[in-house]
Design a protein around this ligand. Sequence first.
Ligand SMILES: [Zn+2]
Ligand SMILES: [Zn+2]
Length: 155
Amino acid sequence: MRRFDLRSLRFAEASEVWRRLPVEVDPFVYGGLDYEVPEGSVDLLLSAARVGDNVTLRAEFETAVIGPCQRCLGDADVIVSVRGVEYVRHGESEGEAEDEEGYVASSIVDVGRWARDLIAEELPPKLLCRDDCRGLCAECGADLNADPEHRHDEA
Ligand SMILES: [Zn+2]
Ligand SMILES: [Zn+2]
């Protein structure tokens, strides 16, 4: 799913409810390269705590992000663990800034966009195949992980 209807939650006596949602996450560009989550989906745990007309939404999940190493372009993956919170009043997001677009409008939570933004916030500054990736030769593009001795003779 990409969107979740808050009106489907039944608070009944409880003031807090939990839902486990399979959320589709579109591939995204990071540092000019394409990344995705395995099978394009994350298992998002959504909690909603209600006080009167206010609902506090919390999203939590862990996922792998896969794509090219930003140094050598080989396969890389990283596990990110995210948490997000969104305040909702009368079915609308309460943005902190006026120009900030919230994730909830007319009681519909844009869980797809929310999950993607949360992942983006948690990514390391450089996504590498391994911490000590040697990258590619600046001169000829050879993979320096495969050939650590690689060098060009000074002219
Ligand atoms: Zn690498
Ligand atoms: Zn070279």
